[in-house]
Design a protein around this ligand. Structure first.
Ligand code: NAD
Length: 348
């Protein structure tokens, strides 16, 4: 039994990753599309065997409610459109899988959670890293204290973003710059690895003056998060430098990390530890799975067996509260305490 998905938005992620990933799914299948470009949509539909009667525009989106084959709507639109399409999708009686970042603001995230609750539908944020075996292995090493107590973390996700006209550089559609787009991986993955919530953040933000890419959104954010156990995480994101996507977690008797950590594939774990005077270095790589197939099948399993997703809407809200505090710290030039952040146990 496979859960039927409608994909909303036929951009890069949908065409290059999600549609091919259904071929590796065991519990999920694509049965409908929503797009503003009918010619492109018909072509894609033919390629993936989707019925003409299951093709929708943004205007006819709400009619998905009359399509019993669709159980999940997967929102793959610019960030600023996630809230509206999630809320309308829940009102159409469908479960929602929403791409990251969940929305533009914590207020939008809360409205999405409320709408799904009211419609008695499930809501999951597509944090693919949390379903990926190499990241899960590092998390297990940290939480089982394989090398003792973790003390310090560094995480970076940076790249060159070339096109100033893309929606990612427009505040209304993107919500922000490097932070919500790629910096979010550092934030969400560190929380996931440590199983703790930060109590305070401190940040710097910078954009090169006169650079057309950064008229509306920021180029760089560098921030630190303090955790209740005393761990400090040093994180950074940038839209103006050559790609690096890695983290390292430093514990009493060893360190463990991934480089790259956040890519779609080719993730490379590395571990270093001491036994007496002998230093060991290992690369304990786990067999890779398609991250998008793993994430979609997890949500389908939650629907088939009425379970709470591992990354529900509250997980996205949490990240948005922390990002709001990061921006506030950068603006005010001082640390910001996170009193409003819910403990992870409350929603897992
Ligand atoms: P994209 O620009 O390639 O695609 C966006 C789609 O939205 C296009 O088909 C576009 O036509 C459509 N669209 C509808 N209304 C629009 C409007 N007003 N302005 C611009 N486009 C509009 O973007 P993408 O890279 O596919 O990203 C889509 C979403 O997926 C974003 O939220 C992004 O953060 C997320 N994403 C997640 C991952 C991941 O690894 N999980 C990777 C890439 C993107």
């Amino acid at each position: 039994q496979r859960v039927g998905y409608a994909l909303v938005g036929l951009g890069h992620l949908t065409l290059e990753e999600l549609l091919p990933a259904f071929g590796e799914c065991k519990k999920s299948r694509v049965v409908a599309l929503v797009s503003g470009n009918p010619d492109k949509m018909r072509k894609v539909a033919r390629q993936y065997g989707i019925k003409e009667s299951s093709l929708y525009s943004y205007d006819t989106y709400d009619q998905l409610k009359n399509n019993p084959e669709v159980q999940v709507i997967y929102i793959v639109l610019p960030n600023g459109m996630h809230a509206e399409y999630t809320i309308r999708g829940a009102q159409a009686g469908k479960h929602i899988l929403c791409e990251k970042p969940m929305a533009n603001t914590p207020q939008e995230c809360q409205a999405m959670i409320d709408a799904c609750q009211k419609a008695n539908r499930k809501l999951m944020v597509a944090y693919r890293i949390q379903y990926e075996p190499n990241n899960r292995m590092i998390r297990e090493m940290i939480q089982s204290k394989r090398f003792g107590q973790t003390k310090f973390v560094e995480a970076f996700n940076v790249q060159n973003s070339a096109n100033p006209d893309h929606w990612r550089h427009k505040k209304a559609l993107a919500g922000g710059g490097a932070l919500p787009d790629i910096g979010l991986y550092c934030l969400n993955t560190v929380r996931y690895l440590l199983g703790e919530e930060p109590t305070e953040v401190f940040a710097y933000q910078y954009s090169t003056p006169g650079d057309a890419r950064f008229r509306e959104v920021e180029e760089m954010v560098s921030w630190q998060m303090r955790f209740p156990s005393g761990i400090v995480a040093n994180c950074g994101t940038h839209y103006g430098v050559h790609e690096t996507r890695r983290y390292r977690v430093m514990a009493e008797r060893g360190w463990m990390g991934l480089d790259p950590a956040f890519a779609y594939n080719g993730l490379q774990p590395e571990v270093s530890y001491a036994e007496g005077k002998i230093e060991h270095k290992e690369q304990p790589k786990q067999a890779e799975k398609n991250q998008f197939a793993a994430e979609m099948d997890h949500f389908s399993d939650c629907i088939l067996n009425d379970k709470q997703p591992f990354t529900p809407g509250e997980e996205g809200l949490q990240d948005h509260k922390i990002m709001a505090a990061i921006y506030q710290s950068a603006r005010d030039g001082r640390p910001v305490k996170l009193t409003a952040v819910t403990k992870k146990d409350a929603f897992r």
